[in-house]
Design a protein around this ligand. Sequence first.
Ligand SMILES: C[S@@+](CC[C@H](N)C(=O)[O-])C[C@H]1O[C@@H](n2cnc3c(N)ncnc32)[C@H](O)[C@@H]1O
Length: 248
Amino acid sequence: MKFKYLNIDLKKGYKNIANIYELNNHLMTFYLDIYWRKIMVKDIFDDISKKSFNDVINFIDICVGTGDLLFEFKNFIKNKNLNINFNFLALDFSFDMIKLAKQKYLLKDVFFILADVSKIPIKDKKIDIATISLGIRNLKTNEELFEKRFKEIHRVIKDGGVFWGLETSRPPNKFIRFFSDLFTAYIATNIAKIVSKNIEVYGYLADSIRAFYEPHEFKNFFLEKIKFKEVSYKLLTFGVVAIHKAIK
Ligand SMILES: C[S@@+](CC[C@H](N)C(=O)[O-])C[C@H]1O[C@@H](n2cnc3c(N)ncnc32)[C@H](O)[C@@H]1O
């Protein structure tokens, strides 16, 4: 398969689409992106409820973008009236995306870090829970950088801490996969082009989905290259997205 847009300048790309990013996401996924984040948030809280934390929970959302995952996370806490002590951190290399996240009232106590995942300005073993939603593919500029970035994430997580990742995937069923590829390549990218008028970024979207790992390959990547101890995943919506959980 030939990919034309995989090596675009992503930082510049997100600067250009920041204002329209959320709407584009909702339109391209028929608003399922909100549901997918909610599922991951619920899974994280189910997991938290099985553990005992003596201290404050250090939580970092990496590739935070405009803060959609953190927003769902904090909304869950608010709706369930939970009394858990969190220290919220968020990281992204796009000033323009972070600027929009900072405008969300629910995120007012989040500490934002402007940095590339290749060099996370946090000491070793400080994080209890790290998340990425829909930003994992972005980190695969090439194999080497992808590994470097996940080793950084692994470095800052405590022993026993957890990484949660929500990412688009390619459905295992060949028939569904055919239509999903067609949808991403033509329909989703055209919706996005019309809304954002940015061909490069949405060309990247289609290419990067098809160039990304299969969920089981990604699981092996975590175990073999990054040395997480336990890795599991589940597929949502016929496998167009996957949630990975990796324990250090
Ligand atoms: C597709 S958005 C995801 C935003 C949000 N997590 C969500 O659920 O919608 C990907 C984000 O990752 C950021 N990003 C991409 N590569 C990055 C890198 N190497 N270091 C830090 N942030 C990066 C982009 O700036 C963008 O805000």
